[in-house]
Ligand binder design. Structure first.
Ligand code: ADP
Length: 541
């Protein structure tokens, strides 16, 4: 016997219909790439998104065709995003911070037909266009007056859009059709295409909006500092319109002063980004004495959020930190660290102990930890193993079958992370399996050491890599960027760490550097650090 409810496909564009109908006046505010602030509403944005669909269809774009965006977070990018998926085409968000070869590789691999980009990326596209034969058109998200001169043919978005009369309706199609595509940034091998469906995106946004997750509501003003090209924008481009929350789009500027300016002038209540962004904001606040009276929650993920960062936001600025873990392959939200009743009463250090964890999964995400033989490990908050996940918004394969079969016998995806889970289901990442340091018989968590090191007041950023060691196989090397003007010695830092981590985990050596390299998604680029300190490794081996 079947249920007798209506067939209402979970198409992503229905989210924008909902926002335009029931939250039509809610603002979408953008810092324009051309300079200045633009204000629009969900109602107006939907009208323009429909025009994008109409124009794309006129360009011959059909269901399943890939259309790329290489752009900052703005309302124009958002209307293009919805315009693409509203006719069943696939919105492929490309990360402009990738190396040129990777960028060419993924555009060619995805066979993108049209590219929407910002004026800031025109020089890059100009250089690469000839190596991307599938690209027929480059449309620049600006008006004719701001269109830069270039060697390749460029189309001004506003002119292109003006050719549509807007007399158009979205298409309706099977909810399992592809909606979006995002390549993993290739920190671990060649980039691989993750393909989201309409259904997975809608489910993921519904789940992400729950009170124990991002908890968005129509009273919120949300600023995704996390770029739209980073892992599906952490659900926010769907979740905010679904909840009727206003959106504040930071455009090209992510430095501390610019982010602060929007947080303040636009009265942002919730925001989300990787730790490096918040490092810049906190440094700005410290320097200027500025406060954050409107901001209620900050979602921090993409790499481990240092304990000191959680503490500073909460103690100094009364902003609640929600530590989050996820991957491009998990849409991306996998776990969020909000406090269940079991932990809600904790204060001080005990509370931070929990908030440092990556958190618990919502309904639709199942987790397990397993040893190398795939045997399940206990949830005791200390036994660690491979973290695996399963759910309707978790990838089962990569585009074009790259990487082969992804799932284990029970249908779980191996995240490549090493983690433990406690009895209440709070997961904590100890490392990426490739970064864990194997010293003697012990595994040393690079994340734990990094977190302790950045707790020192003179440390701006820290990274830990394994270097070869004759006796132990591998030993941790602590790489540190000291805060401007701070006089910090190796001995002082190692003394500070002793007692805060197991004795054998304290690094033997510290390398002071001016800068730590980051990947295109803002993670510490350990491969580059290992390369840089290869000699040290060789000398010890
Ligand atoms: P890429 O792998 O392409 O850089 P992703 O954003 O998909 O891009 O990276 C996912 C990985 O990032 C996770 O597998 C995990 O190693 C790391 N990660 C994400 N969030 C956290 C977090 N809160 N703490 C520790 N690691 C994290």
């Amino acid at each position: 016997m079947h249920g007798l409810m209506q067939d209402w496909p979970l198409n992503c564009h229905r989210i924008l219909d909902h926002a335009a109908t029931y939250h039509g006046e809610r603002e979408v505010v953008s810092r324009l790439v051309e300079g200045g602030i633009d204000r629009t509403t969900y109602r107006a944005l939907r009208e323009r998104a429909l025009k994008v669909s109409q124009r794309l269809q006129g360009e011959g774009i059909r269901r399943g065709d890939r259309v790329a965006t290489l752009a900052w977070n703005t309302a124009r990018h958002l209307e293009v995003w919805y315009g693409i998926l509203g006719i069943g085409a696939v919105c492929h968000t490309v990360n402009p911070r990738l190396f040129a070869e990777q960028l060419v590789y993924i555009v060619n691999h995805a066979e993108d037909r049209i590219l929407f980009t910002d004026i800031s990326f025109v020089p890059l596209v100009e250089k690469l266009k000839d190596s991307m034969p599938s690209l027929k058109k480059v449309i620049v998200l600006t008006d004719a007056a701001h269109l830069p001169e270039a060697e390749i043919e460029l189309i001004a978005y506003e002119d292109w859009l003006a050719e549509a009369d807007g007399d158009f309706a979205w298409e309706s199609f099977d909810e399992n059709c592809a909606a979006g595509m995002c390549y993993t940034s290739g920190t671990t091998g060649v980039p691989k295409g993750v393909v989201y469906s309409h259904r997975s995106n809608v489910l993921h946004a519904l789940v992400a909006n729950q009170p124990d997750m991002l908890g968005l509501s129509s009273r919120d003003r949300v600023m995704p500092v996390v770029p739209m090209f980073h892992a599906n924008c952490w659900s926010i481009c769907y979740g905010a319109p679904m909840a009727g929350a206003a959106m504040v789009m930071p455009g090209p500027k992510m430095d501390g002063a610019s982010i602060y300016e929007l947080l303040d002038s636009e009265r942002v209540t919730v925001t989300a980004a990787v730790p490096t962004v918040w490092m810049m904001l906190l440094a700005y606040l410290e320097e200027t004495g500025a406060r954050l009276p409107h901001l209620q929650r900050v979602v921090i993920g993409g790499s481990a959020c240092p304990r000191a960062m959680i503490e500073t936001f909460q103690r100094e600025y009364e902003v609640e930190v929600i530590h989050a873990w996820g991957m491009t392959e998990t849409s991306p939200l996998g776990t969020l660290c909000t406090l269940k009743p079991e932990y809600a009463g904790l204060t001080g250090e005990e509370r931070l102990n929990i908030q440092e964890k990556q958190g618990h999964p919502p309904f639709t995400v199942e987790m397990k930890i397993a040893d190398d033989m795939d045997a399940p490990l206990p949830w005791d908050g200390k036994t660690f193993g491979r973290l695996k996940v399963r759910g309707p918004a978790v990838a089962r394969a990569y585009f074009k079958g790259e990487g082969g079969a992804l799932l284990d016998e029970e249908g779980f995806f191996d995240t490549g992370d090493v983690a433990h889970i406690d009895r209440y289901g709070y997961m904590q990442i100890t490392d990426r399996s490739k970064d864990v340091i194997k010293s003697g018989g012990e595994w040393i968590s690079s994340i734990e050491l990094e977190n302790v090191a950045v707790g020192h007041p003179a440390v701006a950023e820290a990274a830990v890599i394994g270097v070869a060691d004759e006796k132990w196989g591998e030993r941790p090397l602590l790489v540190v960027v000291a805060k401007a003007g701070a006089a910090l010695t190796k001995e002082e830092l190692l003394d500070f760490m002793a007692g805060k981590v197991a004795k054998w985990a304290v690094p033997d050596d510290v390398a002071f550097v001016d800068e730590i390299p980051h990947t295109a998604t803002g993670k510490i680029q350990k491969t580059a650090l290992r390369e840089r300190f290869r000699d040290r490794s060789a000398a010890n081996a």
